[in-house]
Write a protein that binds this ligand. Structure first.
Ligand code: C2E
Ligand code: CA
Ligand code: CA
Ligand code: CA
Length: 281
């Protein structure tokens, strides 16, 4: 009875009321943003630790708000998910990133095999016309499907495992690469993992951050790298910020790395410069 009382009290919580208003404001703003295409894509390089070269870029959306400036995805993706606006946003990012990749790949220096990774939310995956949309984008942008990587979080997969499995299979048939994002933060059962056709596991930055802190944390990253290897998947470490972390990851035979040590996410117009100036790590 006590709990119920508290719950009823919360309905009239002025702070919650403020938050509801704020969400509504963002929602209206976001609707306009989708119509006027106020979004831009930043790109963060992913480095192959076997070759020391750039293997591709992850596309990370930003909202260029007319009065508030640059807004990061963590501040609007949740609202976009709640309101269903996420689908239009996801499709827009996919299209922009693929079109951009085609342009970079045409550049004469070392860019033929570049890949592009795009974060997709569960909502889009579960849309009935998702595969049609993907095929349309590939057709329109003329990219090689094997240079497209889709990142999905493990929480999504576990919640709708059967439906997702079928869709992932169809993406695999198209030679599109699949990455499990934020690996280690959700509740995926390891015995389940092999039934999904993932090409790579992306080790969440929280683990990479703490990798060198103490003995207990030290063990987690190697464990995740060997899980990936034992299932024939590549391991990608995100959030690499120090030389020490990089050295450790190399000695653990981690396949790819990404993080501020190499570069922050950068706007599209700086990407070609980055590719031609930084060549080897
Ligand atoms: P994520 O997919 O896990 O992306 C990694 C986040 O870590 C990015 O934040 C990136 O800027 C940041 N990061 C990269 N290197 C480092 C580092 O060395 N240190 C630290 N501390 N952080 C680093 P960002 O760009 O703010 O994106 C946040 C999240 O928003 C992403 O997490 C992803 O889940 C989501 N997101 C971004 N773009 C899209 C999109 O186009 N669609 C959807 N559905 N979600 C997106
Ligand atoms: Ca990601
Ligand atoms: Ca992540
Ligand atoms: Ca994340």
């Amino acid at each position: 009875a006590k709990d119920l009382g508290r719950a009823r009290y919360h309905v009239f919580d002025p702070q919650m009321h403020q938050e509801a208003i704020k969400t509504l404001e963002i929602e209206n703003d976001l609707r306009r943003a989708v119509e006027r295409q106020e979004f831009i894509v930043y790109y963060q390089p992913i480095i192959s630790l076997t070759t020391g070269q750039i293997s591709g870029f992850e596309a990370l959306i930003r909202w260029l708000h007319p009065t508030k400036g640059l807004i990061h995805p963590t501040d609007f993706i949740p609202v976009a998910e709640e309101t269903g606006l996420i689908n239009a946003i996801n499709v827009w990012v996919l299209h922009s990133a693929c079109r951009q990749l085609r342009i970079w790949q045409a550049h004469p220096v070392r860019t033929k095999n570049l890949t592009i990774s795009v974060n997709l939310s569960a909502k889009l995956f579960l849309q009935s016309d998702f595969l049609v949309q993907i095929d349309k984008i590939i057709e329109q942008t003329q990219i090689n499907p094997s240079s497209l990587e889709l990142e999905i979080t493990e929480t999504v997969i576990m919640q709708n495992s059967n439906e997702i499995k079928t869709i992932l299979q169809q993406l695999k048939e198209r030679k599109i690469k699949l990455i499990m994002d934020d690996f280690g933060t959700g509740y995926s059962s390891l015995s389940y993992l092999h039934i999904f056709p993932f090409n790579a596991l992306k080790i969440d930055k929280s683990f990479v951050n703490r990798m060198l802190d103490n003995q207990a944390n030290m063990g987690l990253v190697p464990a995740m790298i060997s899980i990936a290897a034992s299932m024939g998947m590549a391991a990608i470490a995100e959030g690499v910020e120090t030389e020490a972390q990089l050295e450790q990851l190399k000695s653990l035979k981690c396949d790819f790395a990404q993080g501020y040590l190499f570069s922050q996410p950068i706007p599209q117009h700086l990407v070609m410069d980055f590719i031609t100036s930084k060549t080897q790590w």
